[in-house]
Design a protein around this ligand. Structure first.
Ligand SMILES: [Zn+2]
Length: 369
């Protein structure tokens, strides 16, 4: 998928959350009232007159639909999950229609499935996109250009409620940081990448952030999955095969399931650090600390920005993140005694972080103890 297509598709995700006048004041259909706890919208990219990327007889829209249907079939077996599709047949959907489906469903998660393409036929691997927050003029130009596809739709003025695709400020005005929302998108994106890499043994191109802002009224985490390069012969043959689609779908299914299960423990209480018996040390707060030293336990390092939630780190307490170069380092705890740090380190090792170690922070400088 080239840059123009990519931005176009990311716009679709962005628009899912765009306030649409024609439905904003309309009551939700009774058929969309959902008793299940988790609603996911599965979006098969492209469709109908829009084939997406096409190589020979292989269409991106067909692969996307097959994969989405396989993912949906697996998810539907889980009684807690309500699956909603933007399309289940080979039809063209306007941007506002995809938005309308997701908004009506009050979805907890939006997952769009696509295939990548590049002029370089050897380009390969998987990547997952989240909406990012970039305010540079360059990105606004792209946003403006790509938003102009709306002009091709009838009655766009009514549909998009005063949104002028020719006016960058119209878009810029609706920018707002929504850190929690982005964290969730990154979390599901990271899940997908990990599962795809493990299952397909293909190049992990990572979680990527597009130059699109999260829109002001956005309320659901959204990702766009590039399941492989349709322009790469090997990946194309894999993606058009039933077995290949099964594998991709199974990975996406597992990633979504993991994300959904994590929602159940989203609000878990931070457990107190276990102090070994006979040890009289107490965990004290930073304000009480006279030494000026803070101890943390480094538990992981990753090129991915994973949400600093305990559920992402085996329920360890007080997760924090630091970026050094291109690597994110993840810590647990914020302690003022070595004893408490040792106890927490032991807990981290027990939880599966074999390489966990203590760091000490003095005057803003973090070093290994
Ligand atoms: Zn696409």
């Amino acid at each position: 998928m080239n840059t123009v297509m990519k931005t176009y598709i990311l716009l679709i995700i962005a628009l899912i959350t765009f306030p649409i006048v024609s439905q904003a004041n309309k009551p939700i259909d009774s058929t969309t009232v959902i008793s299940k706890t988790f609603t996911i919208v599965l979006d098969a990219g492209h469709g109908g007159t829009d084939p997406g990327k096409k190589v020979g007889s292989v269409n991106e829209k067909d692969i996307a639909l097959k994969v989405v249907q396989k993912v949906g079939t697996m998810l539907e077996k889980n009684p807690e999950i309500n699956v909603v599709y933007t399309r289940t047949t080979d039809v063209f959907l306007e941007l506002h229609e995809r938005a309308s489906i997701a908004n009506k469903a009050k979805a907890d998660l939006f997952v769009s499935v696509h295939c990548n393409a590049a002029a370089n036929k050897s380009a390969k691997g998987n990547e997952t996109w989240v909406l990012g927050l970039h305010r540079s003029d360059d990105n606004l130009e792209v946003v403006q250009r790509e938003n102009s596809v709306i002009l091709l739709e009838d009655n766009y003025e009514e549909k998009y409620a005063g949104f002028d695709p020719n006016d960058p400020s119209s878009f810029a005005a609706s920018l707002l940081t929504q850190e929690d929302f982005l964290d969730n998108s990154i979390e599901i994106a990271a899940n997908v990448q990990i599962k795809l890499e493990a299952s397909l043994k293909r190049k992990n191109r990572g979680v990527k952030q597009a130059g699109f802002a999260v829109l002001r009224l956005s309320y659901m985490p959204s990702v766009l999955i590039e399941t492989g390069f349709i322009t790469n012969k090997e990946e194309r043959n894999f993606l058009k095969s039933n077995a290949g689609q099964d594998k991709v779908a199974n990975s996406i299914f597992k990633a979504i399931l993991q994300y959904q299960k994590n929602r159940d423990i989203n609000n878990f209480d931070v457990e107190p650090v276990d102090i070994e018996e006979g040890n009289s040390s107490q965990v004290i707060t930073a304000q009480d600390n006279k030494s000026g030293l803070t101890y943390k336990v480094q538990i992981a390092a990753s090129s991915n920005a994973i949400a600093v939630k305990s559920y992402n780190f085996k329920k360890l307490p007080e997760i924090s993140r630091e970026k050094s170069g291109t690597v994110y380092r993840y810590f647990s705890g914020k302690l003022n005694t070595v004893e408490a740090a040792i106890a927490l380190k032991n807990k981290a090792v027990k939880a599966g972080y074999d390489g966990a170690f203590i760091v000490v922070i003095e005057n803003g400088v973090t070093r290994r103890l």
